[in-house]
Design a protein around this ligand. Structure first.
Ligand SMILES: [Zn+2]
Length: 346
């Protein structure tokens, strides 16, 4: 590989990021961490009014501005209602697969700043009790949260300060094996945020400047299409770093970086995608080019919403996307390498 990426820093970043809950649009806890991580790199985080945050780097040529986006938001839930018996019903934030959530620990974040843990399960929660415990479809109408509190009524739950609309985060269960496999929820897209910081560290330590003025953008609502609709007017290229997929249609695998040529909205900008392929070649990346079907990124949303820019996307392929995902350290290395080649334009 062309660039020597600090893998320990990259994984440390991922762990720090993934342990901080940040369901879609809930930046209360992740924004202070991003500010801290930016400060460690002698950078400052700025915000737009929507909730996206930015680190802006001077380039060799500041007449052109490019943007690299990675979303900090993750799948999550909100409190829909509290049942008479104190069980909590939910609505989803993003493309939740309830089958993969059953039995997970969750945390409810109240507007007054309290946190309560619970267990998410199906209302037919036990094969010893319910005939349909194996067959009842897991969806918004059949899943419940059991609070880890001595509550027996709606009033008991309300007395804790829990309101409808409170955010619910899901335990990430992050694990790294000695062989370099990363198993965790929310590799989508906190691994991409970690890659952006690993790139930033490499630039800083080697005294390198991006080719163009470069905005590193951490978006707040990709999982529901809110990350890319508005883009600062000076941005002429929008590159989203987001997960790749693994499956029968795809060339990508857990050790490479996948360049996404098309997603469910549209083909990405032809010339910019060609440049990414050329950068991947030159940087010696193990890479694949794929088109994704049930999938979108901030970049294709930016294209679809009247911004005057070119768009592209690439990232680390994962198994079990939107569940407890798995990828390998090499795919994070390849992704960071391609990111460096792109911002340095070499
Ligand atoms: Zn994503």
């Amino acid at each position: 590989m062309k660039f020597q990426i600090d893998e320990k820093y990259l994984f440390d970043c991922f762990r720090r990021l993934v342990e901080v809950p940040s369901p879609v649009c809930y930046g209360e806890k992740i924004n202070p961490l991003l500010e801290e991580m930016a400060a460690e790199m002698d950078c400052r985080l700025t915000y737009d009014l929507r909730g996206n945050s930015y680190i802006t780097l001077d380039g060799e040529d500041n007449d052109k501005t490019v943007l690299v986006a990675a979303h900090w938001d993750t799948l999550g839930l909100v409190v829909r209602r509290v049942d008479a018996d104190g069980k909590i019903r939910v609505r989803q934030l993003g493309g939740v697969n309830y089958c993969s959530l059953e039995g997970e620990s969750v945390t409810i974040h109240t507007r007054s700043g309290k946190e309560y843990t619970g267990l998410i399960t199906c209302q037919s929660h036990s094969v010893h009790v319910f005939d349909d415990a194996r067959t009842l479809e897991r969806n918004e109408n059949t899943m419940i949260v059991l609070l880890d509190e001595d509550v027996h009524s709606k009033e008991d739950v309300r007395a804790l300060g829990i309101l409808n609309g409170d955010f619910i985060s899901i335990d990430p269960r992050c694990e790294v094996t000695p062989g370099g496999y990363l198993k965790s929820r929310f590799i989508d897209d906190k691994a991409a945020v970690a890659c952006v910081f690993a790139m930033l560290k490499h630039l800083k330590e080697n005294g390198l400047k991006p080719k163009y003025r470069t905005m590193l953008c951490f978006t707040y609502g990709e999982e529901i299409g809110l990350g890319g609709p508005w883009v600062p007017a000076e941005v002429s290229e929008y590159v989203a770093i987001d997960i790749g997929l693994i499956g029968p249609d795809y060339e990508g695998h857990e050790r490479c970086v996948t360049i996404c040529a098309k997603d469910n909205k549209a083909p990405y900008t032809y010339a910019l995608t060609n440049r990414l392929i050329a950068y991947a070649e030159k940087a010696g990346c193990d890479y694949a080019v794929d088109i994704f079907y049930r999938y979108g990124t901030d970049a294709s949303v930016a294209l679809a919403t009247s911004n005057n820019l070119q768009a592209a996307a690439f990232g680390m392929p994962v198994y079990c996307s939107h569940g407890r995902e798995r990828t390998h350290a090499l795919s994070l290395q390849n992704t960071t390498n391609l990111l460096l080649a792109y911002v340095l334009d070499i």
